[in-house]
Design a binder for this molecule. Sequence first.
Ligand code: FES
Length: 201
Amino acid sequence: MGNDQEKLVENSRRNWLIATSVVGGVATLIPFVGYLQPSEHAKASGAPVEVDISRLRSGEKMTVNWRGLPVWIVWRTSDDMDSLEKVKPELVDPESKEVFSYPMPEFCNNAYRARIERKDLLVVIGICTHLGCIPLGPYVANSLAALGTYPGFLCPCHGSTYDMSGRVFKNNLASKNLDIPRFMFLSETKIVIGQDEKGES
Ligand code: FES
């Protein structure tokens, strides 16, 4: 990573810690599978992290620590998937042309921002692109005034909202979509974050 990117990641990491302490008592509406802890060695080296997703169910999110950043793995429901096309007019950058800190992997350059063989599985860095807080959610449609009839995520710090692909809605302080890290499947129930067929992030 270059100096600017390193600074950005470091800021995101610091803000994540702040956000964690601020919003620790806030409940989300969706079951939260929990954190998987990579080995000390993996954490120290920033190495790719292997994740077992066999316990993840439709509608759930799990969070993995990769390079000090929270990476979400979200199994989107059929309602979530249906919303991805409908929500486009409400988004700043529906095709994810703008890069935040990590360029979107080519294999996610499709209508789902996901690997096409598991298009319902969203893998995204859960750091708000405004000032680096951790958004909450996913919230189902019509459960949150800020999201209206769409499902998605809400940043608790200044209210920015994201759709079920991590794309930011218009009229928010955040103006870029959530980053997608490189990742790939090792099997149907195991993925690796921070690496794909072309190498490491
Ligand atoms: S940090 Fe998320 S809206 Fe400001």
